[in-house]
Design a protein around this ligand. Sequence first.
Ligand SMILES: [Fe+2]
Ligand SMILES: [Fe+2]
Length: 358
Amino acid sequence: MLVGVIDANESHRRQVAQALVSFYQVATYSTAADAVADLGKRPLCALLVDQSAPPRGGGDFVRLIRSGNLFAGVPIVFTGTGDENTLRHQAAECGADCFLAKPFRRSLLIRAISQQINKTVEKKWEALPAASRRALVGTMDVYNSFSDVVEKGEPVAYAQVLSACGPLVEAVGMQEHKEILASIRSHDNYSYAHSLGTATLLVLFGYAIGLKDPDLSLLGSGGLLHDIGKMSIPYDVLNKADPLTPEELTLVKSHVPLTLQFLGQSAELPKNLLVIAAEHHERLDGSGYPRGLKGSELNELSRMAAIVDVFCAMSERRVYRPAISAEAALSIMVEGMSSQLDQTLLALFREMLLDTGR
Ligand SMILES: [Fe+2]
Ligand SMILES: [Fe+2]
């Protein structure tokens, strides 16, 4: 998933590349000519063109693209400074798909690109039952806002997370989890899809063991937030097909302390939400990370989080492998991870998925 960025301003190119680091591969250029020379042969998923892009301005370049075969079908986000209405007009007039007025928040940039790339996927959300649709739209918005938390060290707006989780809890309570999981399956934002998938199945798990709100909302919020530290880890490492080097593995594992660091900016988060973030990679036999906790050191919530996280990760398609079926994922978890995962809870989880026809 490659995004091209054309902007004469070096610091702006750097900021955009940093904002997108975990979501896409990014190639930046100071001129349109450099971009054409380099990107002509590479598959692009979106292009960001700045109004001032040399030599003749971004508008001219976008018009040129739209009148020929270059970058055919690639969505273009037009960026620039000044009055929003003028920029909107310039973007529409040259044939760009949308615009962003500088300075923009990280979350708006990610949202704009993701919306363009996932147009078809997100269009289908409109036909879903109301609670599922609200759950998807609300959690997508709040998930993107976490990128501002990561960038600026702002506290997580927990009230917003909770209000995005309300429709999720409601939809799962009405057995609409299958629609939600199916709706994110082909979304390109893997981190969002994984987080919402985890949130959805944690809530379903919560219902299955008899929990009620506010515990169900806590499970949903924990699922949405449990991996936000991954927003600082490069796309190429998160999506590497070959085995990770020891350094890359250390980097991937650092998403747990990074998540806790970001969540730590907010004093209002419930302790149990932090448990989900801190312990979803811990394993009963002590082989997990970051602390190597084992047995009774892991409470029911950590054990549930570990089961759901593993199941979701296996059930998701990756750049380098297709999704593993629910049945295959469950048998790997039962047969290959018996000392790592709580087998009583796993049996309950399995039964729950069978009952609800996941
Ligand atoms: Fe994780
Ligand atoms: Fe995860």
